[in-house]
Design a protein around this ligand. Sequence first.
Ligand code: SAH
Length: 370
Amino acid sequence: MEHQAIRGWLRESDPQRLEGLWSCADETRRRFVGDVVHLRGLIKISNHCVRHCAYCGLRGPNHKVGRYRMTADEVMACVRQAVALGYGTIVLQASEDPALTQGWMTDLVGRIKSETALAITLSLGERSVHDLAAWRAVGADHYLLRFEASNAALYERVHPARGDGGPERLALLSAMRQLGYEVGSGVMAGLPGQTYEDLANDLELFRDLDLGMIGVGPYLPHPDTPLGANFFPNRREPADAARYDPHLAFPAPGEDAGEQVPNSELMTYKVLALARLVCPRASIPSTTSLATLNRENGRELGLLRGANVVMPNLTPPQYRRLYEIYPASYPSNDPDPWDAALRQHIAALGRSVGTGRGDAPRPPNEPARA
Ligand code: SAH
């Protein structure tokens, strides 16, 4: 699909034409990855963070967050739950926490691999190629690192560099591929400052990177972040984080109708559908952030408009509320219907639940990954 066509779809508002986009995405999903919905158990192992990302509530400078780091035994209890539920993959996700050392993670991945047949997806932010290689060597299968914005100026504004000259996200994505990881990436829809042109470029980059997994969801404002503070003008105390970097001032939603992409439910479906069309074989989750915008059937509509994966949250209840990348005050920060209900919802769509690892299929002329 050409750049102009992608841009056109992102701007499309005609309901009938959009029905055409949904059915095209659904048909492509069926043809390339079938009717199976893969469940991946999500374990959020730490919320300590050294980064200052302008969009994320877990950013280091946000002192209002109660921080936690799970023990290896706690993680293993969640892993056993994933096995008991018949899941094929677990996702170990965290904010960027150097205390999750290379050695600690290597032991954990090795332990999971020796005790289970689960595929392991890591999503631990920007780690050295050395770390990535060590974890791959003990059997980590996939790595998920959203590039967040292909527009370099926007990216630098919302994702200040770490300051130690660590590798760029795009360089890391290519290093992961060379190490043999199945590589996942993605963006938020409606990040303040994101234009239609930017988002169309993001979608083209999904294709150029030939992603095996694509995570997309709506940007949801968090009051204690530089970007989110603007969305909560009636809060009595100014958000601490807003003082951290005063030149991050984006217009409030609605003020800039022009090129700013809205962070809406509809926009998220468009991005999901277009992601399926540019990367037909990719594993694409119907995300929690989407289900947060439409608790009733956001997850199902995502599955009907391109997605083929759901990531139920297996994080222990006492930690869930603390992993607040966007606020828990949204209608539901944790909209996972529990296992039986989720399976019923999937069956009601005429789809079945996957039993294997659920890796993205490779094109027929390319060998499968080892
Ligand atoms: N620390 C890891 C994992 C981050 S959480 C990393 O940086 O890769 C996974 C994703 O949540 C992020 O990549 C980002 O795209 C998304 N996210 C962060 N803040 C958000 C917000 N306010 N609204 C919606 N999504 C958000």
